[in-house]
Design a protein around this ligand. Structure first.
Ligand code: 5GP
Length: 196
């Protein structure tokens, strides 16, 4: 995933020790070539796993979910953060506390699109405290479907998300794992391992 790591190093902006801004290529302006690369990598990593559907959350998860879905030839469903007027009944819901917005959203998905027996790959742009991914996993479990795995574009490994998801029994694949954002510098987990 060199393209992703290069983009993070060259275009990412460290806002604080805890927050990385990637608005110029991932979650405001979108780099389509990078998104295709991300989709190919997720498809490769989950190659041997049965997947019937991809679930993500609006809005930044949709692009990587879509490029992965094109490779895996399965539909994408995205959870909504605000209730749609046309999506008023027959809903799966979960409460998700947002790390960046510091507010709780009720996320919803129509029961028509996550069905009993579905094998669901969850995709999201960031992993921090694991709230969004756990909320999505809860929607899957409520539908009596199975979580096939969780794919994350950027994991902040200094926050507890990965541990929480693994403790809950889920396989987590993150394409870029950030060990630290201290001193305005992005350090990847692999970098630390190599330096030691
Ligand atoms: P979690 O639910 O794991 O605590 O946080 C994941 C969600 O918060 C992601 O969907 C993402 O939108 C947002 N998020 C968490 N940390 C960051 C960050 O450092 N930068 C950006 N841009 N978004 C983040």
């Amino acid at each position: 995933m060199n393209m992703l790591k290069q983009a993070i190093l060259q275009k990412g902006v460290v806002l604080s020790d805890g927050v990385l801004k990637v608005d110029s290529f991932l979650n405001h302006q979108i780099d389509p070539t990078l998104q295709v690369d991300i989709g190919n990598e997720f498809a490769k990593r989950f190659d041997e796993v049965e997947i019937t559907k991809i679930l993500t959350i609006e809005s930044s998860g949709i692009a990587p979910a879509l490029t992965t879905a094109i490779q895996l030839k399965v539909p994408v469903v995205f959870a909504r953060k605000k209730k749609s007027l046309t999506l008023s009944s027959n809903l799966l819901t979960a409460q998700v506390y947002s790390f960046t917005k510091k507010e709780t959203n009720e996320i919803t998905v129509s029961r028509d699109f996550i069905l009993e027996g579905d094998k669901v790959l969850i995709i999201d742009d960031f992993l921090a405290n694991g709230e969004a991914a756990l909320g999505l996993a809860s929607l899957v479990e409520q539908a009596r479907a199975t979580v096939s795995g969780i794919g994350i574009v950027i994991e902040k490994s200094f926050q507890p998300g990965r541990e929480k998801l693994q403790n809950a029994g889920y396989r987590v694949e993150s394409l870029a794992r950030i060990a630290s954002l201290e001193n305005n510098t992005v350090r990847f987990v692999e970098q630390l391992v190599t330096n030691n």
